[in-house]
Write a protein that binds this ligand. Structure first.
Ligand code: PEP
Length: 234
């Protein structure tokens, strides 16, 4: 299983350090899952972790360094040996208005640097209401320009209407969408959107779900550790 925590705009450096240290200690030699934590940029650092606890960045600009106020580039990530990035998250697409073109540029840049990329796709509510064919059409547009044969790609299906809302997609919907995506792209495929302690086991038990990308329910370290525990044998 792949279990990923997206801190979004939460936790200070101090809290992040405590979170990572505690999660790291909780991983036992029989925790086969790969665990990812995406802290905010201010809390990126060199953390001593076990091999299966990987720290990534929620975002970065497709540049080594330069004049892009408010952004960070690959030189800042190299400093902490960060080699994992989230790209295409719905909050960046919809709130921060990142275009598919800029997402593709970012993807190509970090792919060429060999980063592990968790690439997010997902449809808004008005598309979901039009049925599965429209959903798939929408998702395929988000895959345009993306080299899905890239060896270090992990996909995440995250319906926009389920993110941070407490409303999770039904098991049937997750199953149907994951089956179709997996048939088209043979890469690890995570589900994200209001995954929590009470539903993570059922979701991660689905044949074509390889793990979960979790926001809200992962910000409490004890809950996150329980989520890792519950899913480690799946
Ligand atoms: C996310 O940020 O990717 C996410 C899935 O958030 P939440 O778990 O809060 O819905």
């Amino acid at each position: 299983m792949i279990i990923a925590s997206n801190f979004k705009t939460n936790h200070t450096r101090k809290l992040t350090k405590d979170f990572i240290t505690t999660v790291n200690k909780s991983l036992t030699t029989n925790t086969k899952s790969e665990v990812y934590i995406f802290p905010s940029s201010t809390a990126l650092d060199t953390y001593e972790t076990q091999d299966n606890l990987i720290i990534g960045t929620q975002n970065a600009y497709p540049i080594q360094s330069g004049s892009f106020t408010g952004e960070i580039g690959s030189a800042q990530l190299d400093e902490f040996d960060i080699k994992t990035i989230l790209i295409g998250h719905s909050e960046r697409r919809h709130i921060l208005k990142e275009s598919q073109e800029s997402i593709v540029n970012k993807y190509k840049f970090y792919m060429n640097l060999g980063f592990t990329i968790i690439y997010c796709i997902g449809e808004p509510l008005k598309i979901k209401e039009q049925g599965i064919n429209k959903i798939l059409e929408y998702l395929y547009v988000q895959l345009e320009g993306i080299d899905t044969s890239y060896e270090n790609l992990i996909l995440a299906y995250e319906p926009v209407w389920a993110i941070g809302t407490g409303v999770t997609a039904t098991i049937e919907d997750i199953n149907n969408i994951h089956d179709v995506i997996k048939e088209k792209i043979d890469k690890p495929l995570l589900y994200g959107g209001s995954v929590k302690l009470s539903n993570v086991e059922e979701i991660c038990s689905l044949k074509n779900v390889d793990g979960a990308l979790i926001g809200t329910a992962s910000w409490n370290k004890d809950d996150f550790i329980k989520i890792i525990e519950i899913t480690k044998e799946l």
